[in-house]
Design a protein around this ligand. Structure first.
Ligand SMILES: [Fe+2]
Length: 331
């Protein structure tokens, strides 16, 4: 009862504090601390469940998944990121086949689910049921081992914004403002919905420099930017210009996620400055999985939860990552 009332109160400010003006006025860091504390109180039981599942006998949980994950994991994040170009992660072939089908059907067109003109989501409701490989990939044990090790707990596939899975097309040809200044996610920023967090990005086709690749700074370089610009403190902007960022780090430190189809980037985008989708002269197709800790740094969960297909008899680890937290009647 007290949780429901508190959620109702918090949901009133959930969207307001994400406005550019509120973030500048109150300071992103302060807003995140507040939301994290609220969620730690609100979801204390759930957070304990995830933490204990990780600390008590995580290798046994991995084993139950049955797809042969090593512990400690083969892929481990260092300085906020890791790449895997082995093409050997579970379900990769099926995932790329599913992605190719979606590209053929929907690529290069404008659809109703527009986010930003230069970055469009190609997934429609029902796709996760129609193409199970989209989920099978992210809930495979090797993926969850890498993410859990970094987070220090069993993660959740994002419960609200951003969705836990997006399939994004970056395409300048679909952007009426392609010749104008860079804007929104084309500018440097840190993601603010949680920290730590992990994005798992998968290239659905080969990506080259002229396709607006995901571009980032490692965590240590990003920390120098944050310190110098007092980023996320009161009065600081959410988005930063290249000049501002490069006043604190050498542009040579900037990394780009280009490579072959099936390349995977694991990145904590809450500590690694990043941007993408700049002047994608050729369309770039990239899957994006968002995983967080159980207690996020925003308040969107007070309003709604994303739903993911999860069989009732799925192994415990997969259920922890994907199952709904709220009774169906309260969604
Ligand atoms: Fe971002």
């Amino acid at each position: 009862m007290i949780h429901t009332l508190a959620d109702r109160l918090m949901s009133r400010i959930a969207y307001r504090w994400r406005s550019e003006s509120a973030m500048k006025r109150f300071g992103i860091a302060n807003l995140r601390v507040f939301a994290k504390r609220y969620n730690r109180w609100r979801y204390a039981q759930r957070a304990r469940l995830h933490r204990e599942a990780f600390t008590n006998d995580f290798p046994a949980l991995l084993k139950q998944c049955g797809d042969g994950a090593a512990w400690p994991p083969r892929v481990q994040l260092a300085d906020g990121w890791a790449r895997d170009d082995s093409q050997s992660l579970p379900h990769m072939d099926r995932l790329l086949d599913a992605a190719a089908g979606i590209i053929q059907e929907r690529g290069g067109k404008k659809h109703f689910e527009v986010q930003q003109p230069f970055l469009r989501n190609l997934l429609f409701p029902g796709d996760l049921d129609k193409a199970p490989a989209l989920m099978d990939f992210i809930v495979s044990a090797p993926l969850l081992a890498t993410v859990s090790q970094y987070l220090g707990t069993v993660p959740v596939l994002s419960k609200t914004l951003p969705p836990g899975l997006r399939f994004m097309e970056s395409n300048a040809a679909l952007d009426p403002g392609a010749d104008g200044p860079f804007r929104e996610s084309q500018l440097y920023h840190l993601d603010i919905h949680d920290t730590p967090l992990v994005y798992v990005l998968v290239l659905a086709q080969d990506v080259t420099e002229d396709m607006g690749p995901w571009t980032f700074l490692p965590a240590s370089a990003s920390a120098r930017v944050t310190a110098k610009l007092r980023y996320q403190k009161r009065g600081s902007n959410y988005r930063l210009s290249d000049d501002e960022v490069h006043s604190a780090v050498d542009p040579k430190e900037v990394l780009r996620f280009t490579g072959k189809k099936g390349s995977v980037l694991f990145i904590d985008s809450s500590v690694c400055f990043h941007y993408g989708s700049r002047k994608a002269a050729k369309p770039r197709f990239q899957l994006m999985y968002g995983l967080t800790t159980p207690c996020r740094c925003d308040l969107f969960q007070t309003s709604w939860e994303n739903e993911y297909p999860v069989p009732a008899d799925a192994p415990l680890l997969r259920r922890l990552v994907t199952e709904p937290w709220r009774p169906a009647s309260r969604k």
